[in-house]
Design a protein around this ligand. Structure first.
Ligand SMILES: *[C@@H]1O[C@H](CO)[C@@H](O)[C@H](O)[C@H]1NC(C)=O
Ligand SMILES: *[C@@H]1O[C@H](CO)[C@@H](O)[C@H](O)[C@H]1NC(C)=O
Ligand SMILES: *[C@@H]1O[C@H](CO)[C@@H](O)[C@H](O)[C@H]1NC(C)=O
Ligand SMILES: *[C@@H]1O[C@H](CO)[C@@H](O)[C@H](O)[C@H]1NC(C)=O
Ligand SMILES: *[C@@H]1O[C@H](CO)[C@@H](O)[C@H](O)[C@H]1NC(C)=O
Length: 615
């Protein structure tokens, strides 16, 4: 038994109650790869869709996988830390099994034949060039250089995140630059120009950041105005160094910034940052904040003007857990708005009211707004001084609709990763969210339009992929999941798993799937097959499945217990297969499905008696 959804429902005149038991077993329908059965801390670090390859870093190894089938012909480079560094690492009292390995954390494309990679190197970061050949058929994958220092490119401690972006053979990293892990920086290295970093030990710029992600995002049509955005959470201290608050921030720099002339020499002169808010406004006016950013996904919509800022969205997962989506236009508005200012450490933050120098701090040289200034060394002193003292924007960035897409409180899991796919369904476009949890499962859900303060979300499926905590997911036509123990490939839709009846397919409300007259199959919105039945908003088989194998529909219903008004119904919660677990979900028309298994007995409050209507 793989993944069984036993559907049953109570009929009544109008509303339909749908009770569905989903038995989630360890799925066998995906490919899985691991080097050994040890915890090796796999992370998907780069996907190259042109070459159909995916690069995964883990302890002492880098993998090159075929994205069509990750178990087929995976290439592997063994790259451990040197013995002397491992010894030094152990002498320094670091964890010999975990910390003193070479954990590969930077995997970036360098040129047409080579990748640039860095690892923690037993607390002594190192980098190499790896030859991957011109084409995947060559099956080339090997280290092709001496190792060079990875300082300023990769954190020493593998537990401390490193984020990186390669642009024109220059590496931009967000990491900790020292052995002790006290000097955080956004650093540009591997460059023919000078190295550039954030102002050192300046908590106005970075305050104990935990880097989550980085992306280059265009700003208008001039490529010189594109900026690198770093997403991170940071710890804020009060004047005496106490009261630590966590905030989520986004900072940005211009990639062509080469630092200032007199002040901020070899430091960013275009660095600005803003707070990202993800919160729920309760009816009584209190605001619940989800402040700890866990993961960011950048959704590039297929609108024709892909460079327009509003076509970019961020979905971020916060602890506690919520998923918020941001519009790039709102982010730009905040960076174009007032700067935060205070007269001293004991003063309130206010919007800066004084004169703002030209060019406006944060503007890239050589872009649409500064055709007369070619490098940041030409910035007037007042611009550089202003950036050094006012790197924070006054307004925070709010999510679309000022509310999260998804909120989970009181759940026994938290979300750790998110990817989003845009799916065209019969009744419109849906964003399908795949959310990784710290329980090693993936929830697939859609968000339905709603007029309430919180969006309605609907969990379509839940897959158990790993029995472990760290989980990152990534997708390109398929879903790739990595954790401590390996990498898995899962398909985005398994329409046939919803059963053999039109009603089952319809009630599943999965925008990837539709009833085609014979079975539940992949839905493509290609005009022609108008007869396909799908209803995401209402999931109502009464309107969609009239005339289609109602017999099967009834048979499915008979597999389950019926409820009698004011009586209780016994729900079998112990699965027959030890691999499976059963969840009973109840759904009334447009409501979200609620889990009811814990109760074991479900009181039926619907009119009239269900069983009578079914026969
Ligand atoms: C992937 O490759 C393996 C090994 O060659 C093969 O057994 C498996 O069937 C392939 N899976 C798919 C989905 O093609
Ligand atoms: C790519 O870079 C590597 C390392 O610098 C170099 O050895 C190789 O020749 C380069 N390949 C091309 C096609 O430029
Ligand atoms: C939301 O509100 C608008 C206007 O008040 C209404 O037209 C629409 O039908 C409502 N949608 C839902 C799903 O309730
Ligand atoms: C069911 O219970 C409710 C409230 O407890 C009561 O008002 C109603 O009459 C009962 N219905 C039947 C059919 O017993
Ligand atoms: C109420 O439920 C119990 C247990 O499920 C069942 O034995 C009993 O026949 C039901 N009563 C009625 C009136 O249906």
């Amino acid at each position: 038994m793989n993944d069984v959804c036993v559907n049953a429902w109570w009929w009544s005149e109008g509303p339909l109650v749908h009770l569905c038991a989903i038995a989630t077993a360890l799925l066998l329908s995906f490919e899985h790869y691991s080097i050994s059965d040890k915890a090796m801390d796999y992370r998907i670090l780069h996907v190259d869709e042109d070459q159909d390859r995916m690069y995964v870093g883990c302890k002492d190894h880098v993998l090159s996988m075929d994205i069509n089938n990750i178990t087929d012909g995976t290439l592997k480079v063994f790259w451990p830390a040197s013995n002397s560094k491992i010894e030094e690492c152990q002498m320094a009292g670091k964890d010999p099994t975990h910390g003193c390995g070479n954990f590969i954390r930077v995997v970036q494309p360098y040129n047409r034949t080579h990748m640039f990679m860095c690892g923690s190197g037993a607390y002594s970061p190192v980098c190499v060039y790896i030859n991957r050949g011109r084409r995947p058929e060559e099956q080339v994958f090997h280290i092709d250089s001496k190792s060079e220092s990875g300082k300023g490119r990769c954190s020493f401690n593998p537990e401390v995140n490193t984020v990186s972006v390669m642009l024109n053979q220059e590496l931009f990293s967000g990491m900790y630059i020292d052995f002790m892990g006290t000097d955080s920086a956004i650093f540009r290295s591997l460059t023919k120009r000078n190295a550039v970093r954030t102002d050192q030990h300046n908590s106005k710029w970075l305050s104990e950041p935990i880097f989550i992600d980085a992306h280059l995002i265009p700003d208008g049509t001039d490529p010189n105005d594109a900026k690198l955005y770093f997403f991170f959470r940071e710890r804020l201290t009060d004047n005496s160094g106490h009261t630590k608050n966590i905030h989520t921030m986004v900072a940005r720099v211009c990639p062509n910034d080469i630092g200032g002339q007199r002040s901020l020499v070899n430091k960013w002169t275009t660095f600005l940052k803003a707070r990202i808010v993800c919160s729920v406004l309760e009816e009584d006016g209190t605001e619940t904040h989800f402040d700890e950013l866990e993961n960011v996904f950048l959704l590039e919509t297929d609108q024709p003007k892909a460079n327009e800022p509003e076509s970019y969205f961020h979905s971020s997962v916060f602890k506690g857990s919520a998923v918020c989506m941001y519009n790039m236009a709102d982010i730009l508005t905040v960076f174009n708005g007032p700067f935060a200012h205070r007269d001293g450490p004991n003063f309130q933050w206010v919007a800066f009211q004084g004169r703002i120098p030209y060019p406006r701090p944060g503007t890239c040289p050589g872009g649409a707004f500064t055709p007369d200034i070619h490098t940041t060394k030409e910035f007037p002193d007042d611009v550089v001084t202003f950036v050094r003292n006012h790197p924070v924007m006054y307004n925070p960035i709010y999510p679309v609709g000022r509310r999260p897409l998804v909120v989970r409180t009181g759940a026994d899991y938290k979300y750790t990763a998110v990817v989003v796919d845009q799916v065209a369904a019969a009744d419109g476009n849906y964003q399908v969210l795949f959310l990784g949890t710290d329980k090693g499962t993936i929830q697939k859900l859609i968000v339905l339009p709603s007029n309430q303060s919180v969006h309605e979300d609907l969990i379509l499926e839940e897959l158990e992929v790993f029995k472990v905590c760290y989980l990152s997911i990534l997708f390109s036509q398929q879903l790739y999941v990595s954790s401590e123990y390996g990498v898995s490939q899962v398909s985005l839709h398994r329409c046939q798993a919803y059963g053999e009846a039109c009603a089952d397919c319809c009630l599943a409300r999965d925008p990837y799937c539709a009833w085609d007259g014979l079975s539940c199959s992949r839905f493509y919105p290609t005009g022609k097959r108008r007869s396909r039945r799908q209803d995401i908003i209402h999931g109502n088989p009464l309107t969609q499945c009239r005339g289609f194998n109602l017999k099967a529909y009834r048979n499915a219903a008979e597999m389950m217990q019926y409820g009698v008004k004011n009586n209780t119904t016994f729900l079998e919660c112990i699965p027959k297969s030890p691999q499976a677990s059963i969840r009973w979900l109840i759904q009334r028309d447009n409501d979200r499905r609620k889990e009811v298994c814990k109760q074991r007995y479900l009181k039926n409050t619907m009119e009239p008696y269900g069983k009578q209507q079914l026969h």
